[in-house]
Write a protein that binds this ligand. Sequence first.
Ligand SMILES: Nc1nc2c(c(=O)[nH]1)N[C@H]1C(S)=C(S)[C@@H](COP(=O)(O)OP(=O)(O)OC[C@H]3O[C@@H](n4cnc5c(=O)[nH]c(N)nc54)[C@H](O)[C@@H]3O)O[C@H]1N2
Ligand SMILES: Nc1nc2c(c(=O)[nH]1)N[C@H]1C(S)=C(S)[C@@H](COP(=O)(O)OP(=O)(O)OC[C@H]3O[C@@H](n4cnc5c(=O)[nH]c(N)nc54)[C@H](O)[C@@H]3O)O[C@H]1N2
Ligand code: SF4
Ligand SMILES: [Mo]
Length: 668
Amino acid sequence: MGETRKTIKTTCTLDCWDSCSMLAEVENGELISLKGDPRNPVTGAALCEKGYNHLKMRTHSERLTTPLIRKEGVLVESSWDEALDLVASKLDTLRKDYPATALMHITSAGNTGIIKRLDQRFFNAFGGVTTAVGSLCAGAGNEAQRFDFGRCLHHEPTDLMNSRMIILWGRNPVATGQHMVPWIKKAKEKGAYLVVIDPLHTETTRLADLHLMPRPGTDGALALAIANIIDNEGLLDMEFIKNNTLGFDEFRKIYDGFDPGRASQITGIDEDQIIDLAKAYGTNKPASIILGFGIQRYSNGGDTVRAIDALGAITGNIGRKGGGVSYNNHVTDHVFNKAPLTAPQLAVHKRTYKIARLAEEINTLNDPPIRFIYTARANPITQNMDTEKVVKAFESVDFKLTLDMFLTDTAKLSDVVLPVNHFLEEDNIVMPPSNHSYINYCNKTVEPPRGVKSELEILNELAVRLAIAEFPIKTAEEWLEEAMLPLKVKYGIDIEILKEAPFKVPEVLDIPWSDKSFHTPSGKYEFYSHTAKKEGFSPIAEYREITAKRSEEYPFYLLTPHLRGSLHSQQYVLMGEDHTPTVYMNDSNAQRLGIEDKELVHVSTEKGKIEARLSIDTNIPEDRVKIYEGWWLQRNGGINRLVPEVICQMGLLAAYYEVVCKVEKIRV
Ligand SMILES: Nc1nc2c(c(=O)[nH]1)N[C@H]1C(S)=C(S)[C@@H](COP(=O)(O)OP(=O)(O)OC[C@H]3O[C@@H](n4cnc5c(=O)[nH]c(N)nc54)[C@H](O)[C@@H]3O)O[C@H]1N2
Ligand SMILES: Nc1nc2c(c(=O)[nH]1)N[C@H]1C(S)=C(S)[C@@H](COP(=O)(O)OP(=O)(O)OC[C@H]3O[C@@H](n4cnc5c(=O)[nH]c(N)nc54)[C@H](O)[C@@H]3O)O[C@H]1N2
Ligand code: SF4
Ligand SMILES: [Mo]
């Protein structure tokens, strides 16, 4: 046998801001190492810890390699034929007895590659099932920027080199998308002033020249006060406002009510600091605002993003090198044709459910009720709100099928579990995420473990068993080629070229909105959005208090942000058996409650109670505590037991951080 060491181009498919271009070293069919592909200048040669950990995840001893079927209450190993025959017969019965909408399709972003959308085609061809609307993630901000700009466009991190000031607002890139960090550091070396606005100390706030800590969910008031001060100081860019925006006078009426004193009362930030920040933002141009998703996980989240967008517009920072209000990046419509993968025209029936109210929807959907839940690339038992209610709702449904690599909390509650490929074991394409505009091919690097199938193979086998003609049997490559046809026709980029190297999406302006041609109905930046009004929202950004109020009984805001070492619940499997969450609390609170560091405590909300281990953190303000999300319920985690199903209407977003709690010593 000859020498077979190869370097194969692939891409991290985790739902991260970065979607790193990767290179895999493969020797004699074994994966030896992973590294970043420097041909993508934004993500470069280094991966994050989770990226390198894909090697361990792929070969983890807990990885599922056999289908499981529930028999007499217990999940037992089965053959593929038995499992697929069972699933096919359940699907067949369902379509005979009900409209196909008796099936609920739950997917999330366990893998961001486009081939995964094929299950939409499958279910549309099956008859049209109950599908999700709304968001667990970024939905409110996406809608906000649709109202303001027409769509979301993100400056590339390389553009931070042109910024004199950077405001990271509710985003923690050191933990959640680290490839922005070198550019932030370089910008600082060039003299940029870095402000971080976050109610918690984080890995990122350590880099800040100024860290402001608003009370959770109050940033809208802060932004309106900044607008007020900028106006009073004569720092408005009237030329930009006049030429490129709609509805400024209405917006002015809103921010007139927010003087620094009022904003200070609402946010808990010193008046002087608010004034200094406003003056700094109004004078240091260009200034870039980089918004995170943390900022909008509240019932007022959409309006918060709209109020902050407006700061970019009143100072003329929009469409400018080194400026902008960057949030998300929707740049690929013209190079990607979803239609072959999703085929919405095939659906005979249509019904939607709000993903942020999953349990409520399962419980109340009728005519037909939900009889079958199909979950892929998602772990709703751990990640959706109000775990207890979700568990009960799942238990009430006749048949649950989960496709995953691990026996997650959701898989564990299912009737059939099918083990699927790791992304390194299959072909796929990943569209640009927020941080850059490169499309990346994921070449299959190695064979999957024996006993594992790709999702496409599973869908193919079910389509044959159910004789679904509109789900023709094709390879991943064939489907991908169809979806990428615009790229080939318009730019001559065929799949073989894409397989070789990261490819920058053509016709994307280096600086978003530099042509001042906004995608709103008026073609202008819209402080006042008729579209928002038509859709039932305030036409202008306004500030409303969140519904969660601290009280004597529940004295703390509970923040549950993302952990650096895991993508949601996914890499917690590397942490061993004990998933008792850590709750971070200020030392004076701990003293008052008579709790020692590392002691077990109860954390409770109106929804539920969990056990957690206390970690004293002097940096946390007295009115809030922090627990990272993602800990597995089956291992004593499950922090969403504490979180009620509160929703932000804009984007139908799960308002995860809108909750108050208490912490108590466990008395034995
Ligand atoms: N390591 C790791 N990386 C990830 C993920 C992960 O789970 N782990 N998840 C990925 C996904 S799906 C997403 S959506 C992104 C999210 O990426 P980010 O938006 O960076 O992360 P979040 O943890 O949602 O929130 C960011 C920050 O917002 C702060 N925050 C909370 N409430 C408020 C508020 O009221 N005002 C302000 N100003 N700030 C607030 C939090 O304290 C937190 O530090 O990360 C992606 N990357
Ligand atoms: N309290 C609280 N809860 C939160 C958040 C928060 O900040 N606080 N953040 C929310 C956010 S932003 C998000 S995006 C959601 C994420 O919610 P989910 O996407 O449900 O969370 P993950 O834990 O990433 O689950 C993805 C699952 O997909 C599996 N998987 C990976 N690749 C594949 C594949 O190719 N095929 C299949 N079939 N499965 C695969 C993984 O093993 C994993 O079990 O969580 C939300 N939940
Ligand atoms: S998780 Fe994000 S930063 Fe880490 S390797 Fe994957 S894409 Fe890159
Ligand atoms: Mo997310």
